[in-house]
Design a protein around this ligand. Structure first.
Ligand code: ZN
Ligand code: ZN
Length: 399
């Protein structure tokens, strides 16, 4: 039998439509209903017409923006958006965690950070699944295994969530973790999703911006962010997004979640700064969505607004969520930080960082072929310590 023949035009449309459907499945689930939000309970000034809103920009990423982004995902994607080989991590053992001194943190992936504060463990935006997606078979796939399995994690005093996007809130991870977690602290509405998934309501605490709670010696404050939320095609803004301030008697950490650059950083810096470490998003930016994610130079500015001492860029190195090369955020922010005299730390996934005396780390995102010479490594060190030397020689490599 003769195989069916298709014209180039038909094949092109077939390709575009199948890629669009795959992208659609990757970014949204039409199956997950929005959480039940108790309208009597939601007294937030950010809540209007059944949805939460930003304070400085009214426009939010909607369905049309999402579809535009999907089309550009096909037409404008960097060929280096995904690493050619798995990203190397530093494996982490339960013993290493228990033996580690207090005031330590470990990047475990994307925006997943484990902190040891006041003798307890705290975890931000835990995503341990293979994909940041509603589906196991489609959507952004991680570049590296988690440096430690959920089963090997110690008891977690609290999980701190920034918002409900798939790269920050993962259904399977939450359910796998929940028996070893004392409390889930979330922005308004996100906790309702957890309760709908079966997490006991007694374990869930939901806060509005500037709301706070004290747990086991840690003061946790929900602070503003400029972003959006939603896990399906039609639930944009049904839950709140936030950043978080973590305060102990001996240290202060800022966890930014996802945010565009806005005046909120300065407000938080004035109220709660200076911070020993700022964990700030640096990755998934694009000129098509300038309000809801920051470019590297804006991340550095946000760190300065917050009165941060040491910047740890997160939201990079694990998932492909934008159009840029996967190494661009890290290469660029190192240069930007040096130019502004900002101390920056880039720990490998699984590598311990001392919150009060952070090491700069190495340029782990470079493959052996791009890692370069010993001279370049010296430049890296200079850049990491904020000494502005040989930036021109370095920036060539940062394209
Ligand atoms: Zn997000
Ligand atoms: Zn994100």
């Amino acid at each position: 039998m003769k195989p069916p023949r298709f014209s180039v035009r038909q094949l092109r449309w077939f390709f575009i439509l199948s890629t669009l459907s795959a992208s659609l499945m990757a970014y949204s689930s039409i199956f997950e209903p929005p959480p039940e939000v108790d309208h009597d309970r939601v007294t937030s000034s950010l809540y209007e017409g059944g949805r939460f809103h930003n304070t400085e920009v009214r426009h939010q990423m909607g369905l049309v923006d999402g579809l535009n982004a999907m089309v550009r995902n096909i037409t404008d994607k960097s060929t280096d958006a995904v690493p050619s080989t798995p990203v190397a991590t530093a494996p982490l053992t339960p013993e290493a965690l228990l033996d580690a001194p207090d005031q330590s943190l470990w990047r475990l992936g994307h925006s997943t950070v484990l902190l040891k504060l006041e003798g307890k463990f705290w975890l931000t935006d835990p995503v341990f699944s293979e994909r940041a997606s509603p589906f196991g078979f489609a959507g952004p796939k991680r570049f590296h295994p988690a440096p430690i399995a959920v089963a090997d994690l110690p008891e977690i005093e609290a999980v701190v969530l920034s918002h409900d996007h798939y790269d920050h809130l993962d259904h399977d991870t939450i359910l796998a973790l929940q028996t070893k977690v004392g409390r889930f602290v979330t922005p308004l509405g996100v906790g309702d999703r957890l309760i709908a998934w079966g997490v006991p309501a007694a374990k869930v605490q939901q806060l509005d911006w500037w709301g706070e709670t004290a747990l086991a010696g840690l003061r946790l404050v929900a602070t503003p962010a400029q972003h959006f939320s939603g896990r399906s095609l039609f639930d944009n803004g049904r839950t709140l997004w936030s950043s978080w301030v973590l305060i102990t008697p001996s240290s202060r950490v800022f966890f930014g979640g996802d945010s565009g650059y806005f005046g909120g950083f300065k407000a938080v810096g004035e109220k709660f700064g200076p911070f020993d470490v700022t964990l700030l998003e640096n990755g998934a930016y694009n000129e098509a969505w300038p309000d809801i994610h920051m470019r590297p130079e804006q991340t550095v500015q946000a760190h300065l607004d917050l009165r941060g001492r040491n910047l740890v860029p997160i939201h990079n190195g694990t998932f492909d969520l934008a159009l840029h090369a996967w190494t661009d955020p890290l290469e660029n922010i190192v240069v930007q930080a040096a130019q502004r005299g900002v101390a920056i730390s880039t720990p490998r996934f699984g590598e311990r960082l001392d919150i009060r005396a952070p090491e700069p780390g190495v340029a782990w995102w470079r493959t052996p072929s791009t890692a370069g010479s010993r001279a370049k490594q010296r430049v890296d060190t200079a850049l990491h310590t904020g000494t502005v030397v040989a930036v021109t020689g370095y920036s060539g490599a940062a394209q």
